[in-house]
Design a protein around this ligand. Structure first.
Ligand SMILES: Nc1ncnc2c1ncn2[C@@H]1O[C@H](COP(=O)(O)OP(=O)(O)OP(=O)(O)O)[C@@H](O)[C@H]1O
Ligand SMILES: [Mg+2]
Length: 247
């Protein structure tokens, strides 16, 4: 197995608060890995450090054996790392299709070219195919701002996938998503795995993660607590204590 992401001793402090402290782990290529921990454990901050949405105070991160230090978040997409946000970020005034086209268009020198694409263009066909996977193709010409919460989440996931990234980070993809849509999310993630992608998922929905993840990493108070297969994590007393202690 080949290591895709190697995170070594990263730390992030907000004033006196150690949101992430000396956190290390590695992820193998083409695996589905979960990241759990009580509210405030530092999961989203860890994602922000990996994707450079926040600068870290310490540590190093290697992606495909490269140290991507100092690259801005948008540059990481070119290197193959893309993510969704705990609070959905889509362009509400653009159509559903345009939202996807923008993610497909990072390879152009000018992003606005995505608005000039012909209906029969390859990009439009790709956008249609991706939107069909999440049953949003009929909404492609509607404003993204008119989608339901669950649909917006699916659109954000599709946008992330459309970048073609090797490593995809989903921050709570199951939160607030109804059961039929959750099945769509599961299918989408399984498709990514089948395509050779690597998926890293933060989630509080344990049944979902137990079903999807091959391994789960647990954080507590910014620190690495443990890592194992879901069935072992489920029975790990340290994990139970972390959750009980946090409430
Ligand atoms: N930009 C920020 N400025 C100050 N403190 C922050 C900032 N972002 C996060 N924190 C704090 O860092 C800690 C970790 O937050 P983080 O959002 O990473 O937790 P989380 O594990 O994702 O929690 P949740 O499960 O609730 O989403 C929390 O105490 C949070 O309040
Ligand atoms: Mg979070």
């Amino acid at each position: 197995m080949k290591t895709l992401l190697d995170v070594r001793n990263i730390s992030k402090r907000f004033g006196g608060l150690h949101a992430v402290e000396n956190f290390s782990f590695a992820i193998e290529k083409n695996t589905i890995i979960g990241l759990i921990g009580p509210n405030g454990a530092g999961k989203t901050t860890a994602f922000n450090l990996i994707t450079h949405f926040l600068p870290r105070n310490e540590g190093s991160i290697f992606f495909q054996e490269k140290n991507l230090k100092k690259k801005p978040p948008y540059a990481l997409i070119r290197h193959g790392i893309a993510r969704t946000f705990q609070q959905i970020r889509i362009f509400p005034e653009l159509t559903v299709r345009e939202n996807v086209l923008l993610s497909l268009s990072w390879k152009y020198d000018s992003w606005w070219k995505s608005f000039l694409l012909q209906d029969e263009s390859e990009e439009n066909a790709t956008a249609y195919k991706l939107l069909s996977e999440v049953h949003l193709e009929k909404h492609r010409d509607e404003k993204a701002g008119n989608l339901s919460y669950g649909q917006s989440k699916l659109l954000e996931m599709v946008r992330t996938i459309a970048t073609g990234a090797e490593l995809i980070l989903f921050d709570e993809p199951a939160a607030g998503v109804n059961p039929p849509m959750l099945n769509t999310v599961k299918k989408l993630i399984r498709n990514l795995k089948a395509q050779g992608k690597t998926i890293f998922i933060i989630e509080h929905n344990m049944p979902f993660l137990m079903e999807m993840a091959e391994e789960i990493i647990v954080m507590e108070n910014g620190k690495f607590l443990c890592r194992d297969v879901p069935t072992k994590i489920q029975k790990d007393i340290r994990v139970l204590e972390a959750y009980l202690g946090g409430s």
